[in-house]
Design a protein around this ligand. Structure first.
Ligand code: HEC
Length: 431
């Protein structure tokens, strides 16, 4: 495979286009996890506002046999993916007495953002706003998504994940165990819950903290330069990452998850095996950079003096290789990416109409909807060729990759009559 393609694990269109230029022719630190299981404890009554500000109380559901209280966030990739699945659960078990209740305790998610999430993911169960993470604290909830299944006496009978299909950094083709659905079935049937506890995986709830902003490490002076250099290429509007990291406000509530993902080198995505030497474009943060971010969080995440802010990075818009000689669409209509699940590689063969040999000096593959394109590979199928020659990659795309732009005098030779194969890897994002 193309060595400059950094493929990262879970990932994510609609249409890919390739443009071509021809020669001559056209920290390890983590907030403490308490391991005491809440199973068997009773949840106190609560009342919280929904996305429209209307108060909703647990009392409103008296008469239901059980409720799945699920902590969610509007930007966490896992919380997005599981939105539709919770709708399905509500539809499946609603008549038999289940009520799904979504709770948003993230300080970074406003009521408006929560309403937008409900609308975008067509959420059919109540979504309530837990301002100041009071309920999350009372229930000791840590992640999104994290489920507490309670019975009619408000006693927690199951705690943990929804199922095992998606984790951070991976997705299985299928779930192998629908933990929540099984627990609901068992509870409604009066059976014992076979696995009352599983591990909830996902982002940390963005909590309100009473930490004085005393640190000397500030966002403006020390942290913004690191994020601009290492994160913003993906974590900005319209790019593949699920939330932006382009301003001080963007960082609020994400700190615990950021510390976790940089601590275990999940972010920035970089899968090259260090056993094979050093790479010039190694994306990982240095220990010094991680340490600075850690000190900044410990010091209360001070914003600092806006005069210290670096110039925002400038990204090429449009074609990075300059004006192309030819633009080739993957096909004449877009591909519909479903809201969830795992999609097999999609392959589209196109005849670029080349009736003479071509010498390609620059080439760029571009997704239309970056949020759901994990990667693109464009192969050359030589004339008369039946099988794709996997060595004949013309160009690839993955977030963070650069286009093919060859040095003077060097070109990729493509025979007259060749076709192009677009291999598309799409990754659903809950919409
Ligand atoms: C090459 C693109 C890219 C770069 C660079 C990048 N990210 Fe991400 N980031 C992503 C994608 C894509 C996801 C969603 C992953 C998923 O769906 O699991 C993500 C998710 C996250 C999450 C949510 C938790 C998770 O794992 O899903 C955090 C926090 C995060 N990134 C922080 C950072 C920080 C901090 C940096 C820089 C130090 C960074 N990222 C650099 C693409 C990137």
């Amino acid at each position: 495979m193309h060595c400059r393609l950094v493929c990262f694990t879970v990932a994510w269109l609609v249409g890919g286009i390739v443009s071509i230029q021809f020669a001559n022719a056209a920290t390890g630190r983590q907030s403490e996890e308490s391991s005491a299981s809440p199973v068997g404890t009773q949840v106190a009554m609560f009342e919280l506002p929904n996305a429209y500000g209307k108060p909703v109380s647990l009392r409103d559901f008296v008469g239901k046999k059980c409720a799945a209280i699920v902590f969610l966030g509007t930007e966490c990739p896992l919380a997005k993916l599981y939105g539709p699945r919770l709708n399905d659960l509500q539809a499946k078990f609603g008549d038999r007495g289940l009520q799904v209740i979504g709770i948003n305790s993230n300080k970074q998610d406003s009521l408006t953002e929560m309403a937008a999430y409900v609308h975008r993911h067509e959420i059919k169960f109540p979504m309530l706003k837990d301002k100041g993470n009071v309920l999350a604290d009372a229930m000791k909830a840590k992640r999104t998504p994290e489920v507490f299944l309670i019975d009619a006496d408000r006693v927690v009978r199951y705690h943990g994940r929804i199922d095992d299909q998606y984790g951070v950094g991976y997705a299985r083709d299928k779930k192998t165990r629908s933990d929540l659905a099984i627990a609901v079935e068992e509870l409604l049937s009066g059976d014992e819950i076979t696995h009352p506890t599983t591990e909830a995986v996902g982002c940390h709830i963005g909590r309100t903290k009473e930490v004085a902003e005393v640190g000397e490490i500030t966002y403006a002076k020390h942290i913004a330069p690191i994020f601009n250099a290492r994160c913003v290429s993906c974590h900005r509007e319209g790019e593949i990452a699920p939330f932006t990291l382009t301003s001080y406000d963007d960082t609020q509530g994400w700190e615990d998850t950021i510390l976790e993902v940089i601590g275990n080198n999940r972010m920035p995505p970089w899968s090259a095996n260090p056993a094979h030497g050093e790479f010039a474009n190694d994306a990982r943060l240095s220990e010094g950079e991680k340490e600075l971010i850690g000190q900044w969080v410990d010091g209360g995440m001070p914003e600092g003096d806006p005069d210290d802010l670096p110039e925002p990075p400038v990204f090429a818009t449009g074609w990075q290789i300059g004006e192309p000689d030819q633009v080739i669409q993957m096909r004449d209509k877009p591909f519909d990416v479903p809201a969830e699940g795992v999609i097999d590689y999609q392959r589209f063969v196109i005849d670029p109409g080349w009736d003479e040999d071509k010498f390609v000096v620059a080439c760029e593959a571009r997704p239309q909807n970056r949020a759901v394109v994990h990667h693109i590979l464009v192969y050359v199928i030589p004339p008369g060729g039946r099988n794709v020659d996997l060595r004949k990659v013309l160009v690839g795309y993955a977030p963070g990759s650069t286009p093919v732009d060859l040095d003077d005098g060097v070109a990729i030779h493509v025979e007259a009559g060749s076709k192009l194969l677009f291999e598309m890897h799409y990754t659903p994002n809950g919409t």
